[in-house]
Write a protein that binds this ligand. Structure first.
Ligand code: MN
Length: 149
């Protein structure tokens, strides 16, 4: 996906969000979930993959325990460095509202294909093996189900 869509959606003269990514530095892959109090409050799951943060918006609370399945809507890739962003996206800007870091840490990939990603999360609120499974729910290619394995 790359960062074109991320940049197109934002006016960096107006939003305090980062405009570009840093280079990956360590072998530890970044994991973060941000709480985003936008017009529809949600949580954003982001994991480092191939030099960007792959991102999913989760309309409900991320699942801390087994047995909870959450819709996770794949959204545009975000730049590395965005995992540290917290603050207020101004009114009128894309994603206007407050962003806070809800959980952070590292993760590793156990299995990855086009429609299935299994990861081991090492965060404070979420830990252990998690699955992302692509679903064709309502013909939407960007809908995934996120749950603890
Ligand atoms: Mn968001």
């Amino acid at each position: 996906m790359g960062l074109n869509e991320y940049k197109k959606k934002r006016n960096f003269k107006e939003t305090p969000e980062p405009s570009d990514g840093k280079k990956p530095k360590s072998s530890d892959l970044i994991y973060v979930i941000q709480k985003h109090n936008a017009s529809h409050p949600h949580h954003d799951l982001r994991v480092e993959m191939n030099g960007v943060l792959k991102s999913w918006a989760i309309p409900k609370l991320p699942p801390k325990r087994k047995g909870l399945k959450r819709l996770a809507i794949e959204v545009e890739d975000h730049p590395l460095g965005y995992e540290k962003f917290k603050g207020e996206i101004p009114k009128g800007q894309y994603g206007a509202g407050k962003v806070d870091i809800w959980d952070s840490g590292t993760y590793s990939i156990i299995e990855k294909s086009k429609d299935l990603i299994i990861i081991n999360i090492n965060g404070k609120k979420l830990t252990g093996e998690y699955c992302l499974v692509r679903t064709k729910f309502q013909e939407q290619e960007n809908n995934w189900i996120f749950f603890k394995k």
